[in-house]
Design a protein around this ligand. Structure first.
Ligand code: ADP
Ligand code: ZN
Length: 210
């Protein structure tokens, strides 16, 4: 098992890229911290109950809470698998926790998108609550409006995708997560791609960079 970390702002398209690569290559496994947390919230587990308020406000959940979930997934991922780690680590403390697991990090790819583009992207974002597929009303519409192409479930707008909370999430990104760029640059692991090329070409650029 080895890990490729996807770095980027909320709405940068990390999840879409990772989802595409994992769908076309069985040796890749997409692990999204946000999906793990939303799953826990939906199930009403202890961790989910604790996480919900932070998530609704656009804040980070406590490091220990998300780190435990990620460690569990790492422990159960064996063999010749590349884990596309999306949304974790999100600050330097989490990066240190990940380093301490000893899991080998192959590369860290920054999906670069200007803040001005982010707001538009998130405003049009729709997600499938069932299979986690991501859509955009203009850039990546489903074949039938409001319905998931893959599984037929009704698409939803995430609770934290309202403009006010998005602003707060971007502030958190710049303050907490952006320092990871220098952190991984210092370890010689960082690569960058332009995340503003459309879903298809973003995924191809990512694949070439990782
Ligand atoms: P996005 O990348 O669009 O912000 P995510 O689905 O990755 O969305 O995350 C949604 C929310 O889940 C975050 O705003 C945060 O509250 C929580 N979250 C996800 N990953 C982490 C993490 N590594 N550490 C702390 N909180 C996290
Ligand atoms: Zn679906």
């Amino acid at each position: 098992m080895n890990i490729v970390i996807l770095l980027g702002a909320p709405g940068s398209g990390k999840g879409t890229i990772a989802g595409r690569l994992a769908a076309e290559d069985a040796s890749m496994k997409h692990v999204s911290s946000g999906d793990l947390l939303r799953g826990a919230v939906a199930k009403g587990t202890e961790a989910g109950v604790e996480a919900k308020g932070f998530m609704d406000r656009g804040e980070l959940v406590p490091d220990a809470l998300i780190a435990r979930m990620i460690k569990d997934v790492i422990a159960e991922t064996q063999g010749d698998v590349t884990m596309l780690l999306d949304g974790f680590p999100r600050n330097v403390a989490q990066a240190e926790i990940l380093a301490a697991t000893g899991a080998p990090i192959r590369s860290v790819v920054l999906v670069d998108v200007p803040d001005a583009v982010i707001a538009d992207r998130i405003a049009g974002r729709r997600t499938c609550p069932n299979c986690k597929a991501g859509y955009h009303v203009k850039a990546l519409p489903p074949k039938v409006e409001g319905v998931c192409d893959r599984c037929g479930a009704a698409l939803v707008i995430r609770k934290d995708d309202n403009p006010e909370t998005v602003k707060d999430r971007l502030v958190v990104y710049h303050r907490e997560t952006e320092p990871l760029i220098a952190y991984y640059e210092g370890k010689g692991l960082l690569r960058r791609i332009d995340g503003n090329q459309g879903p298809e070409r973003n995924a191809a650029a990512f694949k070439a960079a990782m």
